[in-house]
Ligand binder design. Structure first.
Ligand code: NDP
Length: 295
């Protein structure tokens, strides 16, 4: 593959919202782009912008030097990549899997790829479709460093920052799954807060400016917790677990008084109480990461 994006040929398999955004960014950067999707018709706008619409996944793979797959999960990716003719067409080419799933699935796919002479990089996308092709996009990658370096100029067409996290192929998925843990727990917390506020006659719009204030408190807390966890020091000065657990109990009580499920908060409070039971009540909340890891 050439070092110049505009002389490269890329294939995008999977044209959901993210696959379409990726293919669009390649096209905008002048990369020859072939696209394919299980359900036909999703390539219409891309073809109008200059993409080649392949009739089969095998045909699509044959057209590209770099094959990007981005579908709902690895079961779907396997369904596309593992039938014999597609696997044969992938031999000798580079496959970049930007589908989200678990580290175990990434390692399994790497073993399958190695067994079929397919050069494999595993990645994840940490930002929404609207960021793709802009400086705000965030991509993480894992796999052989030389393979990553070879394809970095073309991947740069997707915009944003690209970080190679190491050769261990499960590493991008490990970051992805941990970061999505933060995201989905926060989103679940926010939707629960909206329900609780509404039950108290507070509209989502009224709460939102204050909710954003809560969000702004988190980045410095993340930094502090990272230091605490890495150093094994859990200073609870200012906000010990005993105080946090009392606040959590209020949320549970107020929710359940309105008949609102408080299962998520009950689970978090349960871990905090376990930490207190082990004598960590005066520690900061980051102690819970250590308690959870010890099972
Ligand atoms: P989806 O996660 O809904 O994936 C849709 C794509 O998966 C479509 O191309 C769909 O094909 C394909 N697909 C689903 N099941 C199968 C199957 N059994 N066989 C073949 N193809 C299948 O939407 P996105 O495009 O948004 O996401 C793609 C990936 O990108 C996911 O892993 C997601 O987590 C990740 N991602 C998405 C972000 C976003 O903002 N959307 C942000 C960051 C990461 P068909 O049209 O035929 O159904």
């Amino acid at each position: 593959m050439s070092m110049h994006p505009e002389q490269s040929a890329v294939t995008v398999l999977g044209l959901g919202p993210m696959g379409r955004a990726l293919a669009g960014a390649f096209l905008d950067a002048g990369v020859r782009t072939t696209v394919w999707n299980r359900t036909p018709g999703r390539d219409r706008d891309l073809v109008a912008r200059g993409a080649v619409g392949a009739r089969t996944a095998e045909e699509a793979v044959t057209a590209g030097g770099l094959i990007v797959v981005c579908v709902v999960n690895y079961d779907a990716a396997d369904g596309i990549l593992r039938p014999g003719p597609v696997t044969d067409a992938l031999k000798g080419r580079t496959l970049v899997n930007l589908t989200a799933d678990t580290p175990v699935r990434a390692r399994d796919t790497a073993r399958w790829a190695a067994g079929h002479g397919i050069r494999y990089l595993d990645g994840a996308i940490m930002t929404p479709t609207t960021t793709i092709g802009t400086p705000a996009a965030v991509f993480i990658h894992a796999g052989p460093a030389d393979l990553y370096e070879e394809h970095r100029p073309v991947l740069a067409a997707l915009g944003g920052t690209h970080t190679h996290l190491g050769e261990e192929i499960g590493r991008a998925a490990a970051y992805d799954i941990a970061l999505l843990d933060i995201f989905w727990t926060a989103v679940a917390g926010y939707t629960h807060a909206l329900a609780l506020a509404r039950a108290e006659g507070v509209t989502a719009g009224e709460l939102a400016p204050f909710a954003k204030g809560i969000g702004a408190i988190l980045p410095p807390l993340f930094e502090q917790a990272a230091q605490d966890v890495d150093n094994g020091t859990f200073s609870g000065e200012g906000n010990p677990i005993t105080s946090a657990v009392s606040s959590m109990a209020h949320i549970i009580e107020a929710s359940e008084a309105h008949g609102i499920d408080a299962g998520v908060m009950r689970a978090a409070e349960g871990v905090a109480r376990r930490a207190i039971g082990r004598g960590h009540g005066a520690d900061g909340f980051a102690r819970l990461a250590e308690v959870l890891a010890r099972h």
